[in-house]
Design a protein around this ligand. Sequence first.
Ligand code: B16
Ligand code: MG
Length: 217
Amino acid sequence: MEIKACLFDLDGVVVDTARYHYLAWKKIADDLGFSFSEHDNERLKGVSRMESLDILLEIGKIKVDLKTKEELAATKNSLYVSYIQKMTPDEILPGVIRFLDELHNSGILIALGSASKNAMSILDKINISQKFDAVIEGNKVSKAKPDPEVFLKGAIELGVDPHDCLVFEDAQAGIDAARNGGMHIIGIGQPENLTNAEFVIPGFETLNMNQLRSWYL
Ligand code: B16
Ligand code: MG
């Protein structure tokens, strides 16, 4: 098989932290006096914290100065951190651990490629860090997805050519990042929401090495 490494996004692929991001951003919107729906929240997936705030303020048609923006982002993050402090390994999405073990047993390297600056603390809470050969998260990158930096750094850390890497992503920004990095891509979610992925699967429950080998001979 031509795939030598798999890179996983965190939020929406390994765990469903999008719910916690949503609740925290919704509180900010409520405090500012406008409504923020779960549908609006789709636009924030895979996007960095400050870019998410820009989108939120655009939805609320609100303009604030830089200092206020920094305060709002800090308030959102404190709320988000309070939610993730309570996370447990039960929140790992179905099939993820089994699939990571299958990859490892087949000699395929594994990395995390997340935009989140809270990724290390989430990995710790769900007790999964030891499954990754490299972890690239929000504190290690300067350019947000769809820039490929997060995944290219992962490939470098693993010592694998980007063309031999396969990325698993739930957000369009992440799929574009993988594509911009010249990597293979499997989307996690619904095909109608994700364009440019080679394959789209609903989750890892139905994915195994035989299926992967048949797709990437
Ligand atoms: P933080 P991922 C992303 O994680 C989330 O999808 C996105 O909604 C969030 O704004 C971003 O992380 C930054 O998170 O505020 O914790 O630094 O999907 O790239 O794992
Ligand atoms: Mg994601």
